[in-house]
Design a protein around this ligand. Sequence first.
Ligand code: HEM
Length: 156
Amino acid sequence: MDDPPAFTTLEVAKHSSAADAWLIIGGRVLNISSWLHDHPGGDVVLLDLAGRDATREFDDVGHSGDARARLDGLVIGEVRAATDDELRIARSGGAAARGGKGGGIAARGADLAASWARENGDALKRAGMWGAAAAAVVVAAVAVQRYGTRSYAGGS
Ligand code: HEM
């Protein structure tokens, strides 16, 4: 038999809207979009968790055997670990990582690094400007001392 489809948490994270909502429960990936409005616990809790692992929340509620049977019918595959390449793309802030809550964390890390570099660049530029201004003041002072006063004295 073929292996069931396997999705990374990065992939699952892209499915976090009502029209396209996935959940991970117990290592299995569920597509809940067609059913979430029928959930006896309401669609809000499910939408809050869409795109993420909801195993703990599902277990905490103490769902019945009925609920577990219903869950089985929504399974579309399993979770697999992301490869190094996939993590690299997510960390570099690729569009793939921006899709959802979970995957966005990696992208946010990259964004933070980029903005740190931007701010640091500005600070360095500012330091450079102040350095140039300070040097100009020193040159002006020396110039006044050497030539300014002499020409003044010479002129009178
Ligand atoms: C796809 C996964 C889920 C299925 C198939 C499912 C199914 C059900 C079913 C059949 C019930 C009725 C009571 C029972 O039979 O246990 C129920 C109740 C409930 N579910 Fe879920 N559920 C799922 C995920 C979740 C998640 C992730 C939460 C998050 C907190 C949640 C929160 C609740 C709550 C709070 C109730 C109680 C509603 C009440 O009795 O007032 N469910 N669920």
